[in-house]
Design a protein around this ligand. Structure first.
Ligand SMILES: [Zn+2]
Length: 378
């Protein structure tokens, strides 16, 4: 055997060992790279060298129409406890295989595999710690990554090199606490991004400022800041509920992606907007009403008359509608909670809206004076 052939095999076996340990080689060859009668789909990997020298391969799909056009990125689960976008990615890939007519689609369903494996927001977190406790491992804040940085920065760097920098538009999928409704976030001063947000199907939309240039460290920034800096149209989609998969949220994501693809003309057809008006979340509060618990006790949301559906975030309530009741701790009386205005439920729960990571903060006990609902009028 010639030396260069032997060296090649040696290198190949080393790489294979790392890929096997990363759990990515136990798939059939047909899944790796296949062609159907519609569009090419390629499964590829963004390979990061971690601090201990091992390799981490993050899989992604690329669907290519073979024709010029926009290159749209769907990236989800940058935070390992925000996983509903993974199923959106799987279903949207199938749609693109059949329906992509121009351009290309890049899909990274599980951006932060290390955090997903430990079932937490970021890889340095322990039990019941929300993302606020991470120290330098919040993937969303380390872009464009660092080849010599910590493991999260190295993975982001590999993703940027292999995927992100090739894209003209991007949708970044996250998940809020279950107490908050699905929402799209967009920088208000970027027209391509505003148009993408317009075609999403979340009831809520939040316009943000890009931020003063002198307050942004351009060594590390959020994913959307990086995209905006590069002139890429970008939105953040936030579904309702961490640590879980909910069909209603997945459908919101899928319809939003299809609409954006139609808007970019990489899929044919007219976008289907949501019925009714968007509820706009802004810094101003004229359209936002907080409902406080009138007493302490256990909160129970109301149910539809057939008792099959419980009132939840994103739902519409009429003025004076029953939203639920508190079983008062002092005398066990049932105390009704009534909507003071008509509008959509932005927040709804006795729990703490920031902390799905903590079980006590999901407890239905409320203290008198706590916020139990936030209604946004339209
Ligand atoms: Zn997130």
């Amino acid at each position: 055997m010639k030396k260069n052939r032997r060296d090649f095999l040696k290198i190949t076996s080393m790489v294979s060992y790392s890929l096997v340990s990363a759990g990515i080689l136990n798939m059939s060859a047909s899944e790796k790279d296949y062609k159907n009668r519609f569009n090419n789909v390629t499964l590829n990997y963004a390979i990061a060298t971690l601090e201990d020298g091992s390799l981490l391969a993050t899989p992604f799909w690329r669907v290519d129409s073979g024709k010029k056009g926009s290159s749209l990125l769907l990236i989800s689960a940058q935070h390992g406890n925000e996983v509903q976008g993974v199923e959106v990615a799987r279903q949207f890939k199938e749609i693109c295989v059949k329906q992509l007519v121009t351009g290309s689609m890049w899909i990274v369903p599980m951006a932060n595999l290390l955090a997903i494996r430990i079932r937490r927001h970021s890889i340095d977190l322990g039990p019941e710690q929300s993302g606020n406790f991470t120290n330098g491992h919040d993937m969303n804040l380390v872009w464009p990554g660092d080849v010599g940085g910590n493991n999260t920065e190295r993975i982001a760097y590999a993703l940027d090199q292999a995927v992100v920098r090739h894209c003209s538009h991007a949708v970044d999928i996250h998940c809020y606490s279950h107490c908050l409704a699905a929402n799209v976030m967009v920088f208000e001063d970027c027209k391509p991004s505003r148009l993408m947000a317009h075609f999403t199907t979340t009831r809520f939309i939040t316009y943000q400022r890009f931020g003063h240039l002198d307050t942004i460290s351009f060594r590390k920034m959020s994913f959307r800041q990086l995209m905006q800096k590069r002139g890429v149209g970008v939105i953040g989609l936030e579904f309702s509920g961490q640590f879980q998969m909910k069909e209603r949220q997945i459908q919101i994501g899928l319809k939003s992606l299809v609409n954006i693809a139609k808007h970019l003309e990489i899929i044919e057809g007219e976008p289907q907007l949501i019925e009714g008006l968007r509820a706009v979340r802004s810094h101003k509060s004229e359209n936002t009403y907080e409902v406080y618990a009138p007493c302490s006790g256990i909160f129970m949301p109301t149910q539809r008359s057939d008792r099959k559906v419980t009132l939840t975030t994103g739902n519409y309530v009429d003025k004076n509608q029953l939203m639920g009741h508190i079983i008062r701790e002092s005398d066990l009386k049932t105390v009704s909670i009534i909507a003071p205005v008509a509008g959509y439920l932005w927040q709804f729960s006795s729990g703490h809206p920031g902390f799905d990571a903590s079980l006590p903060s999901q407890h239905p006990y409320t203290k008198e004076g706590n916020i139990i609902a936030i209604i946004v009028t339209v």
